[in-house]
Ligand binder design. Structure first.
Ligand code: NAD
Length: 293
């Protein structure tokens, strides 16, 4: 297939590279020269606008920073694409923005699949991302040859926007579980429990979770976790704050009483403002210990 790709950053770069490896022709657009260069080295045909990336292709994948940028890029791309083109958005954006992107795509005679991802840069590079898809059955089937080379798993969550809903729910849990693991580790530390003993017990007990087992917020027990490299991300606190903003907007929209998530969103906002934005979100343990970021 011929595929357009908008946004060749930390996620989009390796995702586009995996499409090339699978034998697809990829026309990529990103305004940043470093991203363009890396994409070119991976076999992406770099073009100079979103419209050029959408011209004459079967599908357009996007992995962009936020909903405003997605909608702006779509305005250029939708007008240039051949009617019936499949637009697949893998960015994490607000549910309302995904709805608007779908409305604009279908009004222009195209098809739209919302397909945010989980798995981070490691999953993007390995082609093992989990895609959370909101789309009709037929559009998902059409999207599969595009998604498969980038995916470990594709979950059909429901109609358009269900993917974004799943993503914000998952990341709300992730923030809460990381804050909980970090608080418990600090209590354990202060009562003389070693990090290794804490890990050995909790990772195989009912407190087990990804925040501890894979992204352990202290160095040692999980050598690949960001805590072992001074909390270089990983998943940056700035991105977590973006996702918590989307989650809190959804909480407000649905008038859900969510005191735990709301408190954790406040903790992360404060941590970002105190200088933690560029650190992995597991560095929240420093704030819980009372250290400066
Ligand atoms: P990034 O900032 O590294 O990449 C975004 C890219 O989009 C940048 O290279 C930027 O230059 C480019 N861009 C900006 N405006 C553009 C435009 N108009 N047209 C084309 N390209 C444009 O961000 P990322 O980490 O790759 O994340 C991309 C999306 O994936 C975000 O929505 C993020 O929330 C989501 N996500 C990220 C992770 C992660 O671990 N990084 C995990 C899951 C989901």
């Amino acid at each position: 297939m011929k595929i357009g790709f908008l946004g060749l950053g930390h996620m989009g770069g390796p995702m586009a590279a995996n499409l090339v490896k699978a034998g697809h022709t990829v026309l990529g657009y990103d305004p940043v020269p470093e991203s363009q260069e890396a994409a070119r080295a991976n076999g992406v045909e770099v073009v100079d606008s979103a419209a050029a990336a959408a011209t004459g292709v079967d599908a357009v994948v996007s992995s962009l920073p936020n909903g405003t940028i997605v909608l702006a890029a779509y305005d250029d791309a939708l007008a240039a694409a051949t009617p019936g083109t499949l637009f697949i958005d893998s960015s994490t954006i607000a549910v309302d923005d995904a709805q608007e992107a779908a409305a604009r795509a279908t009004a222009a005679g195209h098809r739209f699949v919302d397909a945010p991802v989980s798995g981070g840069v490691v999953g993007a590079e390995a082609g093992t991302l989990t895609f959370m898809v909101g789309a009709s059955e037929a559009d998902l089937e059409a999207a599969r040859p595009v998604l498969d080379p980038m995916a470990g798993r594709v979950v059909h969550c429901g109609a358009v926007t269900a993917g974004q809903v799943a993503k914000l729910c998952n990341n709300l849990i992730l923030a809460v579980s990381m804050a909980g693991v970090s608080e418990a580790l600090v209590v354990g530390e202060r009562l003389g429990l070693s990090h290794q003993a804490f890990f050995d017990v909790v990772s195989t007990s009912s407190g087990s979770c990804w925040a501890l087992n894979t992204n352990c917020p202290v160095p040692g027990p999980v050598p690949t976790s960001p805590a072992n490299r001074d909390y270089q991300p990983g998943f940056a606190t700035a991105l977590m704050n973006k996702d918590l903003g989307l989650a809190m907007a959804a909480v407000e929209k649905t008038a859900t009483d969510a005191p735990v998530g709301t408190l954790v969103a406040d903790l992360y906002r404060a941590f970002g403002e105190a200088g933690g934005s560029g650190l992995d979100f597991s560095a929240i343990i420093q704030q819980i210990r009372g250290e400066n970021a």
